[in-house]
Design a protein around this ligand. Structure first.
Ligand code: AMP
Ligand code: MG
Length: 340
């Protein structure tokens, strides 16, 4: 048992066997301040796949290692989100962002002007990006941001890697702009929260989609359209609500595989590839242990893999509890009639 885990969960002793830690297993959430010692502890928790809430200039984020599917699954489990949306990845600086996305001159101009700050850039993932597919909900683009809050920056540089982080509140509730809001919703559901007072902006980041030189305003936020247009020297494109590329998750069948999908299948019919769950004979198994967090972590990668077989797809039943709710939502979208 790691010493940091012991600290926030004193009920466990050294002699206990190592157990899988899920989002629900914390008896209490560790409350940290913004000292370097505390940030070292937070970074160590993140490195072992735990979730840590931290202040940014917009809202408190619930962070997890963006390279680890199981860690990102814990974000969803803690928030009780009924669906998977692509998450913003937070980085210590632009150079770190360039490791994961295909950088452009326009990205460089925008980053130079507004980073660190409340601006998110959506760019194509680059080969060998290392980002878990649960972060992008299976898309081939990644939303990246370098936050300005000094504590967020210190945590990111101490951790030294990408942190996926949506707002640190239960799904459907108001975004947390103070550590007390985070604890009200998530105490016992996340490993730690770093308390560093209220968030100064309290407004979400502006999100821009970058496609070559074309820049589209995907969501208004903390940086104004006018300021961005002044830097670019040209107007921003408006989001086309009918374009699935700029409206991820909006359409029922957006993430649909190309072949037909049959849900709640107990076995494969002739020619079908079977995506299983739990102990069963199948071609791909989301989790042989019937562990929903593991299934969530594998979901998008496996959907791509079964799709690549080109065969019709049968999918085993997944319990509709906890993370299973979001998994089933995603599978229903995959099986929905196509509108594309
Ligand atoms: P939140 O984390 O609550 O601020 O929300 C993240 C926002 O970023 C959502 O509106 C997502 O749809 C959007 N987003 C994240 N990743 C992408 C992406 N790859 N492409 C387009 N939008 C994205
Ligand atoms: Mg939110």
């Amino acid at each position: 048992m790691n010493k940091y885990l012991q600290h926030f969960n004193p009920a466990r002793s050294n002699t206990q066997p190592k157990r899988r830690v899920t989002a629900m297993s914390h008896t209490d959430t560790l409350k940290l301040t913004a000292t370097q010692t505390a940030l070292d502890r937070a970074a160590a928790l993140l490195a072992e796949g735990q979730t840590v809430a931290f202040p940014t200039e917009t809202v408190y984020g619930l962070g997890a290692d963006a390279r680890s599917g199981p860690a990102v699954a814990r974000i969803y489990a803690a928030k009780g989100r009924p669906a998977f949306n692509p998450l913003i990845t937070h980085l210590p600086d632009a150079d770190m962002a360039k490791r994961h996305v295909a950088w452009t001159d326009t990205a460089d101009e925008l980053a130079a002007a507004f980073w660190p700050g409340p601006l998110t850039l959506v760019l194509p993932l680059r080969p060998g990006h290392g980002i878990a597919s649960l972060v992008t909900a299976g898309l081939d683009t990644l939303a990246v941001r370098v936050p300005a809050h000094p504590t967020a920056r210190k945590l990111l540089s101490t951790f030294g890697g990408p942190l996926a982080a949506p707002s640190a509140n239960l799904s459907g509730r108001i975004s947390a702009t103070a550590a007390s809001h985070v604890l009200k919703d998530l105490n016992g559901r996340i490993a730690a929260v770093i308390d560093d007072g209220p968030c100064p902006v309290g407004l979400e980041s502006t999100i821009l989609g970058l496609n070559g030189e074309q820049v589209t305003l995907l969501r208004p936020g903390g940086v104004s359209r006018e300021d961005i247009e002044t830097v670019l020297g040209r107007p921003l494109q408006d989001r086309d609500h009918s374009d699935v590329l700029t409206a991820p998750g909006q359409m029922q069948s957006h993430y649909a595989p190309s072949a037909a999908v049959r849900l709640n299948a107990s076995s494969a019919r002739d020619g079908e590839v079977l995506l299983g769950f739990g102990q069963m004979g199948c071609d791909f198994n989301l989790s042989t242990d019937a562990d929903l967090a593991e299934a969530a972590a594998n979901l998008f990668e496996f959907l791509h893999q079964v799709d690549r077989t080109g065969r019709p797809i049968a999918i085993a039943p997944i319990p509709a509890t906890g993370l299973g709710v979001a998994i089933n939502d995603r599978l229903r979208r995959a099986a929905a009639p196509r509108h594309l």
